[in-house]
Design a protein around this ligand. Structure first.
Ligand code: SAM
Length: 456
């Protein structure tokens, strides 16, 4: 197993003696966009000196700008089934919580997708509890086919990421065949004893099986995998080390690490007492850990959800976050009606369009791009483009084109004006003249001639 608890604890302990000089050397390396080894990351975990912390934050912002530019990818979750055989102590869907459980029929999936399409979304994360009887892989495959086939007016979902429980190589192959984007699975915690305590029963209790899920996903042909930790279950320093070791393991075995890392932080939900979770990172610690992950794995996308407040999301956008959800509902069927039970309490409750406007007011380019996996830029192919510094030359053009599509189909006047400004300010940033001309031409095709889904 690539997670060795005593090794992690020793590294964290030893790293306490790192001098300012050593920290600055590590940060010099990070500033050259070289990424960091897990040992170097350990040294940064203890930094509290404001000057050094500011340097970490500044580098995190620089890395984000250098690699991804100012585009922020938008997505929304779609909860399809809340049946669950596990009893994860922190989760609203846990088996012991009594409420009227349900899974969407295909007609209901279609209804939810139409609503999401009318919000302008092109990229979804499909979410489900674990229940092999009520929610088998065949059900998830049907859901995915229904989503991809639901095209309402100009709307369509072009990329479905999937966040379902750890499964077999065979099932991952089936997910790959149906055309998923990233397979996302949060480790919850890398600390085995805590893991077993908070997942007391059910298949999720098995730490080894859960922790090796991405190996099976890779063996099943899925080369974009998205990791994450549910921050608050155990010491965040340990968890960051776990993420780093997991990433290094994937790089070593499959030539590519995490495509994305999500940083969910524990929220209040039904049947759970927040006072039982002493490890929830404070806002300052949370900011620190996001920035450290950013500079450690510069080519990995970072995702923040509506679990966090507007203020926290704003802070983190400037230090490395490259994808955010918007207008989210975390109830099964919740986009169409008020339903049963959310998985947890959402903090940022603004609509998708409000978030898009807000992003532009901060000079970001909200992007509905889904080009990479449809162009075969996945796994190590994506990473090599990212590492050559070229990804932003693709991301910005695609971001601008999809933003224009969004404005034309779903924008009000205020939004359209903001988009005009963003396009005007960002077009000159496309350095390749040929690409810039193509984007200009495509934007006219989209806004004046009704063309859709143009991408590089
Ligand atoms: N059932 C799948 C699994 O076992 O991985 C999918 C998980 S669930 C739909 C998505 C994620 O929500 C979980 O992996 C967990 O990290 C997160 N989550 C659950 N309860 C939460 C809470 N109270 N606060 C914040 N995030 C929570």
């Amino acid at each position: 197993m690539f997670i060795d608890e005593s090794y992690i604890n020793t590294l964290i302990e030893q790293a306490k003696s790192a001098t300012d000089e050593q920290i600055n050397e590590i940060l010099d390396k990070a500033e050259r966009f070289e990424g960091l080894s897990h040992k170097e990351v350990a040294s940064l975990l203890h930094v509290t000196d404001p000057k050094l912390l500011n340097r970490i934050y500044t580098i995190a912002g620089k890395i984000k700008e250098h690699i991804y530019g100012n585009r922020i990818v938008m997505f929304a979750p779609l909860y399809v089934s809340d049946y669950c055989v596990n009893n994860c102590k922190y989760c609203g869907y846990k088996h012991d919580n009594e409420f009227c459980r349900r899974k969407l029929t295909m007609a209901e999936v279609e209804r939810e997708v139409r609503i999401l399409e009318q919000m302008g979304h092109k990229r979804l994360a499909v979410e489900a509890g674990e229940d092999p009887v009520n929610c088998p892989i065949e059900y998830i495959l049907d859901v995915l086919k229904t989503i991809y086939n639901t095209k309402f007016e100009n709307g369509e979902i072009r990329r479905c990421n999937v966040n379902i429980a750890a499964t077999t190589v065979e099932n991952y192959k089936k997910l790959k065949e149906v055309g998923i984007g990233t397979y996302i699975l949060f480790q919850e915690t890398y600390h085995k004893e805590t893991y077993e305590k908070v997942h007391p029963v059910g298949p999720k209790h098995n730490y080894e099986y859960h922790t090796t899920a991405f190996d099976r996903a890779q063996q099943g042909g899925i080369d974009d995998v998205g990791g994450g930790v549910l921050f608050g279950l155990y010491d965040w320093k340990f968890e960051v080390m776990g993420l780093m070791l997991h990433n290094e393991h994937l790089e070593k075995e499959y030539g590519v690490g995490f495509h994305t890392i999500s940083v969910p932080r524990l929220c209040k939900t039904e049947g759970m007492d927040m006072s039982e979770y002493p490890y929830i990172p404070t806002d300052d610690e949370f900011k620190r850990l996001v920035a450290i992950i950013r500079i450690a794995v510069p080519f990995t996308g970072m995702i923040i959800s509506t679990r966090e407040s507007l203020e926290m999301r704003k802070t983190l956008l400037n230090m490395g976050i490259s994808q955010i959800s918007g207008g989210s509902n975390v109830e099964v069927g919740g986009y169409g009606e008020h339903t049963t039970q959310p998985q947890f309490k959402v903090t940022d409750e603004r609509s998708a369009i409000e978030i898009v406007k807000w992003l532009m007011d901060m000079d970001f380019v909200p992007s509905f791009c889904t080009a990479c996996y449809r162009k075969g830029r996945t796994g190590d192919r994506f990473m090599s483009i990212a590492k050559s510094g070229n990804i932003k030359n693709v991301c910005l053009p695609n971001g601008l084109m999809t933003l224009c599509e969004y404005a034309t189909d779903y924008g009000d006047n205020e939004l359209k004006q903001k988009v005009e400004r963003i396009v005007k300010e960002n077009l000159p940033k496309i350095k390749d003249e040929e690409v810039r001309r193509e984007v200009e031409k495509n934007i006219i095709s989209i806004t004046k001639e009704g063309k859709r889904d143009l991408y590089l």
